[in-house]
Design a protein around this ligand. Sequence first.
Ligand code: ZN
Length: 366
Amino acid sequence: MTTGFVFHELYLWHDTGHAALFFTPGLTVQPGEHAENPETKRRMKNLLEVSEITEHLSILKPRRATEDELARFHTRAHIERIAKMSAAGGGEASEHTPFGPGSYEIAQLAAGGAIVAMDAVLSGGAKNAYALIRPPGHHALADLGMGFCLFANAVVAIHHGRAVHGLGRVAVIDWDVHHGNGTQAAFYSDPDVLTISIHQDNLFPTNSGGLAERGEGKGLGYNLNIPLPPGCGNGAYLEAVRRVVLPALDRYRPELIVVACGFDASGADPLGRMMVSSEGFREMTAMVMAAADRLCGGRIVMTHEGGYSASYVPYCGLAVLETLSGVRTEIADPFAPVFAAYGHQALQPHQAAAISAAETLLAGIR
Ligand code: ZN
């Protein structure tokens, strides 16, 4: 069985314009590159080509998600507003989420890319799949774009899986360095989707992603946040997966696992303060795959989220694709030994305490 891979050149044509990281330029802010620009994804795709791993992947052609497919989660007003602004040359989906002409269609293609990945895994055409899509999705709310996200790609794909394939319980693991607030909101009262987010405590959105946000109503207990202090490396991340994520999966027994795969917890990211290396992402992927093999026939759909180091994201992405496909290429990550030598890379006592606090939430999963 193969690993499916989704990409489209138009993902790189979504134009976030000029900014200083994410601040709009003006008389006191010199114009530069927006943090969410195409380069990280373009260079990741390029390294996949150079490594020749793409020859071992099953290439999936994305399509545009229809308005009805988006509306399984998003309000019609939000969809129409983005479409109208995009047709008029672009605009702001909300604070710090600029987009250009044609971004509506490109965002449809991103959500449709996640749908195509879901179709491949649920139809048995691929064992697992990675959707290298843009714009990202995990901050988008039903009625609002947010945090560089226009539509909630993974959420739309899960709703598609349920409506079209009769998909039952799904677990979402979000290891983007920012809180997966959009995915959390989408399934907050839904016990059929377990949402887990590992993120830097109170980074973005502010005052979001705390331990107390556990779901509501029938969904109480099925939202699990693992807020970590800044400075966590591979040691803390692997321990969080080992002590919280894997036991949560074993208790929940999902039919499929979605990973909201951001690479902004890396040691080189301008928007996060963590120190994970490609080896950390490789190991986390292997751990989740072992759980998926045990619980749900290996079925994993990964959607690309954040990650803003154009130099480093490609190596993290390659490590994940190598692990998913079982093909080890000859490309070595030149940064890995640098990050491995950083102080405090191993699990620290205060990090272990944060993980222990999240561990207490496991009892809520039945
Ligand atoms: Zn992020």
